[in-house]
Design a protein around this ligand. Structure first.
Ligand SMILES: Cc1ncc(COP(=O)(O)OP(=O)(O)O)c(N)n1
Ligand SMILES: Cc1nc(C(=O)O)sc1CCOP(=O)(O)O
Ligand SMILES: [Mg+2]
Length: 218
């Protein structure tokens, strides 16, 4: 895949899933198949504290699923792991590697994203050289990111008001019951964790979210 096609596919993505290595009650491949066939466009392995060797093993499972479904594989935090896994995407938070350092390690092929939690961070990420997309959140307080204050839908409205061409996603506390509020605030792309990883039927959960987000297209 060329770098431009990964960027184009990231721009076309509407539903981005972060999962740990244990989702699917031990059958990560089955879980990934269910989520991807339900409409997830990007899967990130987000498993804080996992050892690199174990992380690479889980990424190999997700990479195989992404290849079969033609979707993007994302790595959280670590440029070395993204390189070793042959990932399409690296996601960096405000406290992670600076974008130029990651870009120097990964070259132009890999899509790089940034987390933002305040207006100033959003304004900076919208023009930051080397960054391809950004995320705003948490929209609502979430146990997945304990202790992270939630700027709420106001930050989504701020990002939408910038009118930037750079792709951006809303994240934090989003599920099928409140996704309409996020879309009404101006988001056209979302990231979820529990709404799919903790769903009794991950395929149906992904399908419902993907349909909701895509219903705001065009
Ligand atoms: C797609 C996506 N958006 C935001 C985050 C959060 O990144 P960060 O703030 O670095 O926090 P951790 O996830 O590393 O705990 C993300 N991982 N992915
Ligand atoms: C990983 C993460 N990052 C956030 C941010 O605001 O950057 S919120 C978050 C957790 C989102 O999990 P859930 O969908 O289960 O609420
Ligand atoms: Mg991080």
């Amino acid at each position: 895949m060329t770098s431009s096609s990964a960027r184009e596919r990231l721009a076309a993505a509407r539903l981005y899933l972060c999962t740990d290595a244990r989702s699917g009650r031990g059958d990560l491949a089955e879980f990934a198949d269910a989520a991807l066939s339900g409409g997830v466009d990007v899967i990130q392995l987000r498993d804080k504290g996992i050892e690199a060797r174990e992380e690479l093993a889980a990424l190999a499972v997700l990479a195989d699923a992404c290849r079969r479904h033609g979707r993007l594989l994302a790595v959280n935090d670590r440029a070395d792991v993204a390189h070793a896994a042959g990932a399409d995407v690296l996601h960096l938070g405000q406290g992670d590697l600076p974008v130029p350092a990651a870009r120097a390690l990964l070259g132009d092929r890999v899509v790089i994203g940034r987390s933002c939690h305040a207006e100033g961070e959003v304004a900076a990420a919208a023009v930051e050289p080397g960054a391809d997309y950004f995320c705003t959140g948490p929209v609502w307080p979430t146990p997945t990111k304990p202790g992270r204050p939630a700027p709420g839908p106001a930050l989504v409205r701020y990002a939408a008001g910038l009118g930037t061409d750079r792709p951006w996603f809303a994240i934090g506390g989003i599920d099928a019951g409140n996704v309409g509020q996020v879309l009404d605030a101006g988001a056209r792309r979302i990231v979820v964790v529990r709404a799919v990883t903790e769903a009794a039927d991950p395929h149906a959960a992904a399908r419902e979210l993907a349909a909701a987000v895509r219903s705001y297209d065009g």
